[in-house]
Ligand binder design. Structure first.
Ligand SMILES: NC(=O)c1ccc[n+]([C@@H]2O[C@H](COP(=O)([O-])OP(=O)(O)OC[C@H]3O[C@@H](n4cnc5c(N)ncnc54)[C@H](O)[C@@H]3O)[C@@H](O)[C@H]2O)c1
Length: 334
C-alpha cells in the first residue's frame, strides 16, 4: 500500500516511514522541513511543501492515485513555544489541517490516521486512562490537538472522511538502525538528561515534584519505544477499515502506550541499570504546569489493531542513549 505521511521528515514520521517500508508498503512524504531535517527523508518519495497547499496535494494524488491512506503527523509540537506563539500553533496545526482534510476529501482520499497526544487527558487518581476518559487540554499545543480531533469527528460524521485518532503516550528511543531519532536542538528529554548526570556531564539530575500523589511522590508516565509506536501506525493503516467496522463508527480513538506507569524515580533506576552508574539526584518543587501524569490502558489497540508493545523500558532507554551518542554525527549538533 502507498501511504501519505505528512511530517514524514520528523522524528516519529521518519521512523514510521521505515516501519511502513519494512512491512512492504510505500510511504510518500509531505513535509515543509519546518523542523524535520532534510536528511531524515533519505531517498523516499518526497514532496517538500505545506499541508495546506491544496495544489501540491492535488499533484501528490495525481502522481500517486493509489494512495490508500494518510498518516497526519505534521505539526508544531513544542509546548512552551505554543504558549508564546499561539497564533502560529493554531494556524499551522488547526487551520492548515482543516484545509488538508477538506482537500483530501475532495480528492477521495478519505482515510486519515491522526497523531494526537495522551497529554490531553484529565488527571485521574488511578492514573490509568482509557479512550473514554475525559480530556482537559492545558496548553495551546494540546488544545490544537484536541481541536484537530474534534474537526475530524465532525467531518467524519458529516462526510466520507474516516479517522483513526492515535493518542501517543511518551515516545523515547530511536530508529533501530540509528539513522534518525529525536532532533530538536534544546532537547529537554528526560532520559538524555539522566544519562548525562550518570556520566558526569552534568552535576546531577533534578527531580521536579516529589510530593505528587503517586507511589513514590514523583510524576508518572508511560514510555513507549518509538519503534513500537511506528509499528502501531502500520497496523492502523492495514486494519483501518476493519477497525472502524468493529466499532461501528466513522472515527475512533486509540491509546498507544506500553500500558505501564513508570515514575521518575523508577525511570532513574532503569537508566542507572542501563548505564551501570549511579545518578546523583537533586529534588525541587514542581515547575508550573507540571502534570502528575498518566499511563495507557492499551486494550483497545490490542483489540482493534492486533498491536502491543514488544520492547521493554530498558531497550527503549538503550536506544535513546545510543542515539544520544550518534546524534551529532547525523545532525551536526549535540
Ligand atoms: N514527540 C512526542 O513526544 C509526541 C507525543 C505525542 C504526539 N506527538 C505528535 O506526533 C507528531 C510527530 O511529532 P514528532 O515528535 O515527530 O515532531 P517533529 O517536529 O519531529 O515532526 C513534525 C514534522 O512536521 C513537519 N511540519 C510541521 N508543520 C508542517 C506543515 N504545515 N506542513 C508540512 N510539514 C510540516 C515538520 O517539518 C516536521 O518534520 C506530531 O503531530 C506531534 O504532535 C508527538
Amino acid at each position: 500500500m502507498k501511504v501519505l505521511v505528512t511530517g514524514g521528515a520528523g522524528y516519529i514520521g521518519s521512523i514510521t516511514a521505515k516501519a511502513l517500508e519494512q512491512a512492504g508498503h510505500t510511504p510518500v512524504i509531505l513535509d515543509s522541513l519546518l523542523s524535520g531535517p532534510r536528511q531524515y527523508v533519505g531517498d523516499r518519495i518526497f514532496y517538500e511543501g505545506d499541508i495546506a497547499d491544496r495544489a501540491l496535494l492535488r499533484q501528490v494524488v495525481e502522481q500517486h492515485p493509489d494512495i490508500h491512506s494518510t498518516i497526519h503527523m505534521a505539526a508544531r509540537i513544542v509546548v512552551p513555544e505554543s504558549v508564546e506563539k499561539p497564533y502560529e500553533y493554531y494556524r499551522d496545526n488547526v487551520a492548515k489541517s482543516l484545509e488538508m482534510y477538506d482537500e483530501l476529501l475532495a480528492l477521495g482520499k478519505t482515510r486519515v490516521v491522526f497523531s494526537s497526544t495522551a497529554s490531553l487527558y484529565e488527571l485521574k487518581p488511578e492514573f490509568e486512562v482509557t479512550e473514554e476518559d475525559p480530556v482537559n487540554p492545558t496548553s495551546p499545543y494540546a488544545r490544537t490537538k484536541r481541536m484537530m480531533e474534534q474537526i475530524l469527528e465532525d467531518m467524519a460524521v458529516a462526510t466520507d472522511l474516516r479517522a483513526i485518532i492515535l493518542r501517543y503516550f511518551n515516545p523515547i528511543g530511536a530508529d533501530p538502525d540509528l539513522e534518525t531519532g529525536y532532533h530538536l536542538k534544546d532537547a529537554t528529554h528526560v532520559v538524555p538528561l539522566m544519562a548525562q548526570a550518570a556520566l558526569g556531564l552534568r552535576d546531577s539530575f533534578t527531580i521536579t515534584g516529589t510530593e505528587h500523589p503517586t507511589r513514590d511522590g514523583t510524576g508518572i508516565r508511560d514510555y513507549i519505544h518509538v519503534w513500537d509506536l511506528a509499528k502501531a501506525h502500520v497496523r492502523a493503516v492495514e486494519e483501518f477499515d476493519s477497525a472502524l467496522a468493529a466499532v461501528g463508527a466513522p472515527y475512533t480513538y486509540i491509546n498507544l502506550g506500553a500500558g505501564d506507569g513508570v515514575t521518575v524515580r523508577e525511570l532513574l533506576t532503569a537508566v542507572e541499570r542501563v548505564v551501570g552508574k549511579p545518578i546523583p539526584v537533586e529534588e525541587a518543587p514542581p515547575r508550573p504546569g507540571d502534570a502528575v501524569g498518566a499511563f495507557a490502558n492499551a486494550d483497545k489497540a490490542a483489540e482493534l489493531l492486533g498491536w502491543q508493545t514488544e520492547h521493554t523500558l530498558d531497550e527503549a532507554i538503550e536506544s535513546a542513549l545510543a542515539w544520544g551518542e550518534k546524534r551529532k554525527s547525523v545532525l551536526g549538533y549535540e
